[in-house]
Every structure is written in C-alpha cells, then in structure tokens.
Design a protein around this ligand. Structure first.
Ligand code: HPA
Length: 277
C-alpha cells in the first residue's frame, strides 16, 4: 500500500467523523467490547473502507469505531487482521498506516497471549516491554516509502518506556496488578508445541501470540508511541497438563474484561493529558 492509498482510506474516514483521533486502539481477541463504551461512536465497517482487506473473520465482521472513550477522542479497531488468515503483512498493517494518517500520535495494542513465564496466571495483564519477531518475515520488506518512515527503523524502544511507567502508575492507582514481559509473535494458527515453548522461554519470551508485532513494527516506522498490553488467556503449551483451545482464550478474556476495560479507560485519559498537543 502506498501513501495515496493510506490517504484515500483516511479521507473516507475523516469525512464521517469530524474530530481527529489522538489515540489508536487495536483490540485483540475477546477485548473488542471496549469499543462498545465509546460515546458518540461513528462505526465504519472494514469492508466499506477503501483498501481495507475483505474480512474473512468468522462471526461479526470487524469495524473501526471512532468517538470519545472517557472523554478522549480515539479510533478503535474492533477486530484485527492476522497473518494466519492469509492476509499479506501489508494488509495486516494497513490500518495502522491509516490511523497514523488520521492523526493519532499513540497506539495502544492489545492481544490475548499464552503465558510462557511460569509466574504468570491466566487472567493476568502483561505490559509488553519488548518483543521477539518470530514470524520469519517483516511488514517493511520491499521498497521503502521515505514519506512514511526511514528504511531502517530503530526498535530499541519499540514499547515506550514513558508509557509503560505511566501504565504501571495507573495500575497502582486503581489497585490493579500488572506484569511486564517480552511478547513473542509466531504466525500461528496452530498453537505451539511444548518443545517450542521451552525454546521460546530460553530465547527470553514471557508470552506468546499470533499478532501485534507486525502492527508495532509499522507503528514505529510511522513514528508512533506504542503501549502494548497482553491478556494472558492461558498458560502456553506443555506448562499445564491440559490441551489448549480458543474457547479457553475467550473464556479468560471474558473474565478480565471489566478490569481491562476500566484500565484502558484510565490509560487513555492519562496518556492524553501527558502527550504533547
Ligand atoms: N499461543 C499462541 N497464541 C495465543 C495463545 C497461545 O498459547 N493464547 C492466545 N493466543
């Protein structure tokens, strides 16, 4: 996708929504309900936005929801595109380009992830301190458009230290305990084997999932400040003596939904009040 395509999608969206979103939100599996709390919401189905991929996700098709979350203007993706669904990395990350074009300065990415770190428990929230791209590819492969970002983006602080500190303080203030750790992205869609989980642990991973890393790489290319939050929906393969299932993932996210909701609502206010206008 090129700059023109990003602008075309962004213009289409701006015409329906007159205030500029400050914060972009990508809502992971089971966490999309957050978008239901957005006031004066303008909801745009992905299938209507020029350049957005055709959605193959089962259940309800994804949508972009713009409006005020706790008084802060946000653009929220209710549902994301995954590489394992067959989308190219370009398509998976296109919405990030479009949200940047719309005017966001900060991106909050969320996901459901398997816990590799044995001190974690299902239901924990983990602030992502760093990531390991284990997908075997990179969304920036190809010609670089210098209008969008530099050829070789620095990822030494992909997940903003400032925002992590703010998120820790906010968690403390509302009495929520949060973990912190390294997120590993695999392509999926199969879950990992126990041997793979042992490998990922040795590599330095604390949680594993099938998303987020492509979007964050593109967000950093686009010079956005990023905060990542994983909901540990299950312990990764081989840790407990039980099989993994998507049902378990959804069940856990359902349980933490309310505290997660409250947390993100507090976070957007804190972030908004500390981001340069
Ligand atoms: N592995 C990979 N992706 C996931 C998991 C997991 O255990 N849980 C939720 N997403």
């Amino acid at each position: 996708m090129n700059h023109e395509q990003n602008m075309r999608a962004a213009n289409f969206i701006s015409e329906k929504c007159f205030e500029t979103p400050k914060i972009g939100l990508i809502l992971g599996s089971g966490l999309g309900v957050l978008a239901d709390d957005i006031q004066n919401a303008v909801k745009i189905s992905y299938s209507d936005i020029p350049g957005f991929p055709e959605s193959t996700v089962e259940g309800h098709a994804g949508q972009l929801v713009l409006g005020k979350l706790n008084g802060v203007m946000v653009a929220a993706m209710q549902g994301r595109f995954h590489f394992y669904e067959g989308y190219t990395m370009d398509k998976v990350t296109f919405p990030v380009r479009v949200m940047k074009e719309l005017g966001i300065e900060t991106l909050i990415v969320t996901n459901a992830a398997g816990g590799i770190n044995e001190s974690f428990e299902p239901g924990d929230l983990m602030l992502i301190s760093d990531h390991i791209n284990n997908t075997g590819t990179n969304p920036l492969i190809g010609l670089n458009d210098d209008n969008l970002g530099v050829r070789f983006p620095d990822l030494s602080e992909a997940y903003s230290k400032r925002l992590r500190l703010l998120a820790k303080n906010t968690a403390g203030r509302i009495g929520l305990s949060v973990k912190e750790g390294v997120y590993v992205a695999n392509t999926g869609p199969s879950y990992e084997t126990p041997a793979e989980i042992r490998m990922l642990r040795v590599m330095g991973g604390d949680a594993v999932g099938m998303s987020t890393v492509p979007e964050v790489i593109v967000a950093k290319h686009a010079n956005l400040e990023v905060l990542g939050i994983s909901c540990i929906s299950n312990m990764a393969a081989g840790i407990l003596d039980q099989p993994l299932s998507h049902d378990e993932v959804i069940e856990t996210t359902e349980k933490v939904k309310n505290s997660f909701l409250q947390y993100v609502k507090e976070l957007v206010v804190e972030i908004h009040s500390t981001t340069k206008q």
